[in-house]
Design a protein around this ligand. Structure first.
Ligand SMILES: N[C@@H](CCC(=O)N[C@@H](CS)C(=O)NCC(=O)O)C(=O)O
Length: 214
Protein backbone atom coordinates (compact mmCIF):
# COMPACT_ATOMS: atom_id res chain seq x y z
CA UNK A 1 0.00 0.00 0.00
CA UNK A 2 1.42 3.44 -0.89
CA UNK A 3 2.21 5.73 2.05
CA UNK A 4 1.64 9.49 2.35
CA UNK A 5 3.85 11.29 4.88
CA UNK A 6 2.62 14.53 6.43
CA UNK A 7 0.00 15.92 8.80
CA UNK A 8 -3.12 17.39 7.25
CA UNK A 9 -2.64 20.77 8.92
CA UNK A 10 -0.36 21.37 5.96
CA UNK A 11 -2.30 22.71 2.98
CA UNK A 12 0.08 20.77 0.72
CA UNK A 13 -0.69 17.47 2.43
CA UNK A 14 -4.39 18.25 2.15
CA UNK A 15 -4.00 19.03 -1.55
CA UNK A 16 -2.68 15.52 -2.15
CA UNK A 17 -5.30 13.99 0.15
CA UNK A 18 -8.08 15.63 -1.88
CA UNK A 19 -6.58 14.21 -5.08
CA UNK A 20 -6.34 10.77 -3.42
CA UNK A 21 -9.98 11.04 -2.33
CA UNK A 22 -11.25 12.24 -5.73
CA UNK A 23 -9.43 9.37 -7.44
CA UNK A 24 -10.25 6.89 -4.65
CA UNK A 25 -6.65 5.74 -4.35
CA UNK A 26 -6.07 3.39 -1.40
CA UNK A 27 -3.11 4.46 0.75
CA UNK A 28 -1.79 4.65 4.28
CA UNK A 29 -0.69 7.76 6.14
CA UNK A 30 2.05 8.84 8.48
CA UNK A 31 1.06 12.06 10.29
CA UNK A 32 4.56 13.48 10.24
CA UNK A 33 5.06 17.11 11.36
CA UNK A 34 7.78 19.23 9.73
CA UNK A 35 9.85 19.86 12.88
CA UNK A 36 13.14 18.02 13.45
CA UNK A 37 12.50 15.46 10.75
CA UNK A 38 14.81 12.42 10.73
CA UNK A 39 17.78 11.91 8.44
CA UNK A 40 15.89 8.91 7.10
CA UNK A 41 12.94 11.12 6.07
CA UNK A 42 15.31 13.61 4.42
CA UNK A 43 16.38 10.85 2.06
CA UNK A 44 12.91 10.98 0.51
CA UNK A 45 12.21 14.68 1.12
CA UNK A 46 15.65 16.27 0.79
CA UNK A 47 14.44 19.73 1.81
CA UNK A 48 12.95 18.26 4.98
CA UNK A 49 9.49 19.52 4.09
CA UNK A 50 6.26 17.64 4.36
CA UNK A 51 5.05 16.02 2.34
CA UNK A 52 6.37 12.90 0.67
CA UNK A 53 5.01 9.79 -1.01
CA UNK A 54 6.31 6.25 -0.97
CA UNK A 55 5.14 3.43 -3.21
CA UNK A 56 7.42 0.44 -2.68
CA UNK A 57 10.92 1.64 -3.46
CA UNK A 58 9.63 4.64 -5.44
CA UNK A 59 9.54 7.89 -3.49
CA UNK A 60 8.54 11.46 -4.36
CA UNK A 61 8.49 14.83 -2.59
CA UNK A 62 6.46 18.00 -3.26
CA UNK A 63 2.68 18.14 -3.54
CA UNK A 64 2.56 19.39 -7.13
CA UNK A 65 4.83 16.61 -8.33
CA UNK A 66 2.92 13.95 -6.41
CA UNK A 67 -0.44 15.19 -7.76
CA UNK A 68 0.89 15.19 -11.33
CA UNK A 69 2.24 11.67 -10.82
CA UNK A 70 -1.08 10.41 -9.44
CA UNK A 71 -2.86 11.84 -12.49
CA UNK A 72 -0.66 9.62 -14.67
CA UNK A 73 -1.02 6.51 -12.53
CA UNK A 74 -4.77 7.02 -11.94
CA UNK A 75 -6.17 9.08 -14.86
CA UNK A 76 -9.81 8.94 -13.69
CA UNK A 77 -11.44 11.22 -12.84
CA UNK A 78 -9.35 13.68 -14.83
CA UNK A 79 -8.09 16.54 -12.65
CA UNK A 80 -5.93 18.27 -15.28
CA UNK A 81 -7.82 19.75 -18.26
CA UNK A 82 -7.14 18.30 -21.72
CA UNK A 83 -7.13 21.66 -23.50
CA UNK A 84 -3.58 23.10 -23.39
CA UNK A 85 -4.62 26.57 -22.31
CA UNK A 86 -7.06 25.30 -19.68
CA UNK A 87 -4.34 22.93 -18.46
CA UNK A 88 -1.94 25.84 -18.02
CA UNK A 89 -4.62 27.93 -16.28
CA UNK A 90 -5.34 25.10 -13.85
CA UNK A 91 -1.62 24.91 -13.04
CA UNK A 92 -1.60 28.67 -12.58
CA UNK A 93 -4.34 28.55 -9.94
CA UNK A 94 -2.63 25.65 -8.21
CA UNK A 95 0.52 27.76 -8.13
CA UNK A 96 -1.42 30.83 -6.95
CA UNK A 97 -2.51 28.78 -3.93
CA UNK A 98 0.93 27.25 -3.41
CA UNK A 99 2.80 30.56 -3.51
CA UNK A 100 0.65 33.72 -3.12
CA UNK A 101 -2.11 32.47 -0.81
CA UNK A 102 0.09 30.26 1.34
CA UNK A 103 2.57 33.12 1.78
CA UNK A 104 -0.04 35.11 3.68
CA UNK A 105 -2.40 32.47 5.11
CA UNK A 106 0.37 30.06 6.17
CA UNK A 107 2.92 31.98 8.24
CA UNK A 108 0.89 35.11 9.00
CA UNK A 109 -2.53 33.71 9.88
CA UNK A 110 -2.63 29.91 10.45
CA UNK A 111 0.86 29.68 11.96
CA UNK A 112 0.14 32.61 14.26
CA UNK A 113 -3.30 31.49 15.36
CA UNK A 114 -2.70 27.77 15.63
CA UNK A 115 0.91 26.56 15.38
CA UNK A 116 2.58 29.17 17.61
CA UNK A 117 0.35 28.64 20.64
CA UNK A 118 -0.01 24.88 20.13
CA UNK A 119 3.54 23.84 19.24
CA UNK A 120 5.73 26.67 20.54
CA UNK A 121 3.74 27.73 23.56
CA UNK A 122 3.83 31.34 22.36
CA UNK A 123 0.91 33.73 21.90
CA UNK A 124 -0.23 34.70 18.43
CA UNK A 125 1.14 38.00 17.15
CA UNK A 126 -2.10 39.90 16.58
CA UNK A 127 -0.33 42.72 14.70
CA UNK A 128 0.93 40.25 12.09
CA UNK A 129 -2.51 38.67 11.81
CA UNK A 130 -4.38 41.95 11.44
CA UNK A 131 -1.98 43.24 8.78
CA UNK A 132 -2.30 39.98 6.85
CA UNK A 133 -6.10 39.89 7.06
CA UNK A 134 -6.72 43.60 6.44
CA UNK A 135 -3.94 44.53 4.02
CA UNK A 136 -2.17 41.56 2.46
CA UNK A 137 -4.97 39.10 1.80
CA UNK A 138 -7.60 41.45 0.22
CA UNK A 139 -5.72 42.10 -3.06
CA UNK A 140 -5.18 38.35 -3.47
CA UNK A 141 -8.91 37.73 -2.98
CA UNK A 142 -9.82 40.62 -5.26
CA UNK A 143 -7.96 38.95 -8.11
CA UNK A 144 -9.76 35.65 -7.54
CA UNK A 145 -13.15 37.40 -7.37
CA UNK A 146 -12.52 38.50 -10.96
CA UNK A 147 -11.55 34.99 -12.06
CA UNK A 148 -14.34 32.87 -10.59
CA UNK A 149 -17.15 31.99 -12.99
CA UNK A 150 -19.95 29.45 -12.75
CA UNK A 151 -19.93 25.67 -12.68
CA UNK A 152 -17.79 23.39 -10.54
CA UNK A 153 -14.39 24.93 -11.14
CA UNK A 154 -12.47 28.13 -11.76
CA UNK A 155 -11.19 26.93 -15.17
CA UNK A 156 -13.95 26.50 -17.73
CA UNK A 157 -16.43 25.66 -14.96
CA UNK A 158 -14.84 22.24 -14.40
CA UNK A 159 -13.29 20.97 -11.19
CA UNK A 160 -9.51 20.65 -11.54
CA UNK A 161 -6.20 20.72 -9.73
CA UNK A 162 -6.52 24.52 -9.80
CA UNK A 163 -9.53 24.35 -7.50
CA UNK A 164 -7.80 21.87 -5.20
CA UNK A 165 -4.74 24.12 -4.94
CA UNK A 166 -6.89 27.13 -4.05
CA UNK A 167 -9.43 25.31 -1.89
CA UNK A 168 -6.84 23.78 0.41
CA UNK A 169 -5.45 27.19 1.37
CA UNK A 170 -8.91 28.43 2.28
CA UNK A 171 -9.28 25.47 4.65
CA UNK A 172 -6.33 26.78 6.68
CA UNK A 173 -7.90 30.24 6.69
CA UNK A 174 -11.12 28.69 7.96
CA UNK A 175 -9.35 26.64 10.66
CA UNK A 176 -7.75 29.89 11.85
CA UNK A 177 -11.21 31.39 12.32
CA UNK A 178 -11.43 33.56 9.19
CA UNK A 179 -13.38 33.35 5.96
CA UNK A 180 -14.06 35.15 2.69
CA UNK A 181 -16.25 38.19 3.29
CA UNK A 182 -19.31 37.51 1.11
CA UNK A 183 -20.20 41.21 0.97
CA UNK A 184 -16.83 42.13 -0.55
CA UNK A 185 -16.16 39.03 -2.62
CA UNK A 186 -19.55 37.35 -3.23
CA UNK A 187 -18.50 35.13 -6.13
CA UNK A 188 -15.37 33.94 -4.36
CA UNK A 189 -17.25 33.28 -1.11
CA UNK A 190 -19.80 31.12 -2.98
CA UNK A 191 -17.03 29.32 -4.84
CA UNK A 192 -15.08 28.48 -1.66
CA UNK A 193 -18.22 27.34 0.17
CA UNK A 194 -19.15 25.02 -2.70
CA UNK A 195 -15.61 23.66 -2.93
CA UNK A 196 -15.53 22.86 0.77
CA UNK A 197 -18.87 21.08 0.45
CA UNK A 198 -17.41 18.57 -2.03
CA UNK A 199 -17.15 15.20 -0.26
CA UNK A 200 -13.36 15.08 -0.81
CA UNK A 201 -12.86 18.40 1.00
CA UNK A 202 -15.70 18.07 3.48
CA UNK A 203 -14.52 14.74 4.87
CA UNK A 204 -11.07 16.18 5.56
CA UNK A 205 -12.39 19.45 7.01
CA UNK A 206 -14.66 17.52 9.39
CA UNK A 207 -11.81 15.20 10.35
CA UNK A 208 -9.39 18.08 10.93
CA UNK A 209 -11.74 20.45 12.70
CA UNK A 210 -11.34 18.79 16.09
CA UNK A 211 -7.55 18.91 15.94
CA UNK A 212 -6.50 21.90 13.90
CA UNK A 213 -9.01 24.69 14.21
CA UNK A 214 -8.83 27.43 16.83
N1 LIG B 1 6.37 23.02 -2.44
C1 LIG B 1 6.19 22.12 -1.33
C2 LIG B 1 5.96 22.93 -0.07
C3 LIG B 1 5.87 22.07 1.18
C4 LIG B 1 5.98 22.91 2.44
O1 LIG B 1 6.36 24.08 2.41
N2 LIG B 1 5.63 22.30 3.57
C5 LIG B 1 5.74 22.99 4.82
C6 LIG B 1 4.56 22.64 5.72
S1 LIG B 1 3.08 23.37 5.16
C7 LIG B 1 6.99 22.52 5.54
O2 LIG B 1 7.31 21.36 5.53
N3 LIG B 1 7.69 23.47 6.19
C8 LIG B 1 8.84 23.17 6.98
C9 LIG B 1 10.11 23.66 6.34
O3 LIG B 1 10.04 24.41 5.35
O4 LIG B 1 11.16 23.27 6.84
C10 LIG B 1 5.00 21.19 -1.64
O5 LIG B 1 4.15 21.56 -2.44
O6 LIG B 1 4.96 20.06 -1.11
Amino acid sequence: MPLLYGASASPFVRKVRVVLAEKKIPHERDDLVPFNVSAEYKKISPLGKILAWRDGDRTLADSSIICAYLERTHPEPRLYPADPYDYARALWFEEYGDSALVGVIGPKIFFQKFIRPRFFNQPADETVIQKAVNEELPPLLEYLEGQVGGGDGIVDGRFSIGDIGLGTQFVNLRHAGFGVDAKRWPKLARYVTALHERPSFKTLIDEERATFSV
